[in-house]
Design a protein around this ligand. Structure first.
Ligand SMILES: Nc1nc2c(ncn2[C@@H]2O[C@H](COP(=O)(O)OP(=O)(O)O)[C@@H](O)[C@H]2O)c(=O)[nH]1
Ligand SMILES: [Mg+2]
Length: 400
């Protein structure tokens, strides 16, 4: 009898102790800004001493009227933190291997190209007409005249020297030559690491013509970085439409990333400047800046983009300037690429909407034109449909 009473009492005590221990912990985590929570998790995992700002010391929480006035005449930008009662923050999927996952989408859009080339190259007799057809297929995929000519030359040589006996050999040879053309030796790393030595975040500027997918790319990139446990801050330097800043803020909110924005029509340079400043003060790893892309007048664009970059560089060099190009626009996109490359030093290309075009050859054409690697590709409108570019996975996608 006594034993039962003692056992019951022990069970009650354990239950009370467990409840007291677990419930406040869960609550405490919920009020903590998720990015900072992740940072601390990462720090404790790696055993390094990452200094996190105290929850109430972040610049983003300072009321706008207490911020130093850096740009007289314009209203100071404000940082929008996700509301504390916001629904659970999303945990984006890691970026590694994404292109492999998205390969079927690539294969679907590029079926014609891959299948067409393989069928031609597997013919029993590779005569002049066939080589011409191969070249035409490559040109139709926007590969560009010079690369198409070079590829046909290399294939001809290999056909002569090694012989292309069957479909399997055709596939192997084509795969090798396409990968070589896309160039696996190019450095496609995104420079998004914090500069530890001078306590400064990496700064990524995203540029391109309106509608190419800049804002979407900034949002998707923020997710990639969050998935890698980085602290990110967004700058909405497309100040021409309030909707653009709203769009960016929504992307940020979904993954607990703050957005610095200014009033509609305010100076984009000053918003970009303040975004980097907020990023320095709140010790984030990466600041990603969205810009406007009105291409009505080249001079206007030059002035504006050049100025945004110069202003940001008062804090230190910009680490990446990513040019966003819509793959469906073909030669028009190439023209845009040239204009932008004149205005800013582009360090990487983001090719969006590759899911909607069979013209995958643009990857090679634009790399040749600008001498800059494609670093990311957009393969859909889904939040995680942005993939680090990988030549082998890309070519495998084309060949189906
Ligand atoms: N299918 C597809 N649509 C995309 C991709 N990237 C962006 N978009 C769409 O392109 C449109 C314009 O994007 P937005 O980011 O607003 O362009 P911005 O004007 O350059 O900022 C939106 O409807 C996006 O969903 C992509 O990789 N694939
Ligand atoms: Mg935009």
């Amino acid at each position: 009898m006594w034993e039962y009473i003692v056992i019951a009492a022990v069970i009650v005590v354990i239950a009370v102790a467990l409840t007291a221990f677990l419930v406040p912990r869960r609550r405490a985590r919920r009020v903590e800004p998720p990015a900072q929570a992740d940072r601390r998790d990462a720090a404790s995992r790696s055993g390094t001493a990452v200094e996190s700002p105290a929850p109430d010391s972040g610049v983003e929480q300072r009321p706008a009227d207490q911020r130093p006035a850096d740009h007289a005449g314009t209203e100071p930008p404000v940082t929008e933190l996700p509301a504390p009662e916001e629904p659970a923050v999303e945990r984006p999927e890691p970026a590694a291997g994404r292109l492999v996952r998205l390969r079927s989408r690539l294969a679907r859009s590029q079926t014609g190209l891959g299948k067409g080339l393989l069928a031609l190259l597997s013919r029993e007799r590779l005569d002049e007409d066939t080589w011409e057809e191969i070249e035409d297929t490559l040109l139709a995929a926007d590969l560009g005249v010079a690369p198409a000519g070079e590829l046909v030359e290399r294939l001809r040589t290999r056909a002569r020297v090694e012989g292309i006996a069957d479909a399997e050999a055709a596939r192997r040879v084509l795969r090798e030559e396409l990968i070589a053309l896309v160039d696996p030796t190019l450095d496609r790393t995104l420079r998004t690491d914090r500069h530890v030595e001078d306590a400064r975040p990496a700064v990524v500027m995203v540029v391109g013509v309106n509608g190419t997918g800049k804002t979407t790319t900034v949002g998707k990139l923020a997710r990639v970085l969050v998935a890698e446990d980085r602290d990110v801050l967004l700058g909405a330097a497309d100040t021409f439409r309030a909707a653009a800043a709203d769009q960016l803020t929504t992307w940020g909110d979904r993954v607990g990333v703050p957005t610095v924005r200014g009033p509609e029509g305010s100076d984009p340079g000053s918003v970009a400047f303040d975004a980097v400043k907020a990023g320095i003060e709140s010790e984030v790893d990466t600041v990603v800046i969205d810009t406007a892309g009105r291409l009505q007048t080249k001079v206007g664009l030059m002035d504006e983009l050049g100025k945004v970059k110069r202003v940001v560089e008062k804090h230190g060099p910009v680490d990446e300037v990513l040019l966003v190009l819509d793959a469906t626009t073909g030669q028009n996109g190439m023209m845009q690429a040239r204009v932008f490359a004149e205005v800013v030093d582009v360090t990487g290309i983001v090719l969006t909407k590759l899911d909607g075009t069979a013209k995958g050859g643009i990857v090679v054409a634009v790399q040749r034109e600008l001498g800059v690697p494609v670093k990311l590709v957009g393969l859909g409108e889904g939040a995680d449909d942005l993939a680090p570019f990988d030549p082998e996975a890309f070519v495998d996608g084309i060949l189906g």
